[in-house]
Design a protein around this ligand. Structure first.
Ligand SMILES: [Mg+2]
Length: 214
């Protein structure tokens, strides 16, 4: 039996985890964030780029830095504007859908993205009905992954212990917090990373999930 199957709750990051990074959706979001912040703070695009990058590195998400350091910015407007992405070329996740439906564990989406975007994207790739719930960034008060607050909050929200959970994500910092709290961790879609502390690694989540139940 695969040790992962001892875990009753499986938490999945959304961006670049439930869909492949080749879809380049985050690459659409970043320029929109930068344009919005440039306009709101009356700074150049170059200054906005540097600011957004520094907040992303420091807090795990640009919006957390904006919340902490620029209280004049309307976070909902910022979030709505920056997540107006074109999904026309993003395909349905048919194999992953089948694998998730066959995987008889509690399944939640755990994302640093906002709920309207997460809902739209999950519906587009046809995974919306594969989960028992979506835990989006609003529920953390924007104190998002990798902050332990986000992990402790999702545990309380869905009433489970960290030691009951497995966590799938493409970011090492998020996986590090999860592991420190007692979760099993799976690094997803990072062919560029060889050295890591995750319990498992896969560049093919649909096959990984399928192999768990065989
Ligand atoms: Mg991600």
């Amino acid at each position: 039996m695969t040790p992962l199957l001892e875990r009753d709750v499986h938490l999945f990051d959304l961006d670049n985890t439930l869909y492949h990074p080749k879809n380049a959706i985050l690459e659409q979001i970043a320029p929109l964030m930068r344009r919005f912040i440039s306009n709101e703070l009356s700074i150049s695009i170059e200054e906005s780029n540097a600011l957004c990058d520094s907040y992303y590195q420091r807090y795990g998400g640009t919006i957390r830095g904006i919340q902490l350091h620029h209280s004049s910015v309307d976070l909902k407007q910022f979030s709505d504007f920056s997540h107006q992405v074109n999904l026309d070329n993003v395909e349905k996740a048919t194999q992953l859908k089948d694998a998730l439906h066959a995987f008889k564990k509690s399944r939640y989406v755990f994302t640093n993205s906002p709920l309207p975007y997460a809902t739209r994207l999950l519906k587009h790739i046809d995974l919306y009905d594969c989960f028992d719930g979506i835990f989006s960034v609003e529920l953390t008060g924007y104190k998002m992954k990798p902050d332990p607050h986000a992990f402790n909050t999702i545990c309380k929200h869905f009433d489970f212990e960290a030691s009951d959970a497995a966590f799938y994500d493409d970011q090492l910092s998020n996986l590090a917090t999860a592991k420190a709290l007692g979760m099993r961790t799976i690094l997803v879609n990072r062919a560029d990373i060889e050295q890591h502390d995750a319990c498992y690694k896969t560049e093919d989540l649909p096959n990984f999930m399928t192999s768990l139940i065989k």
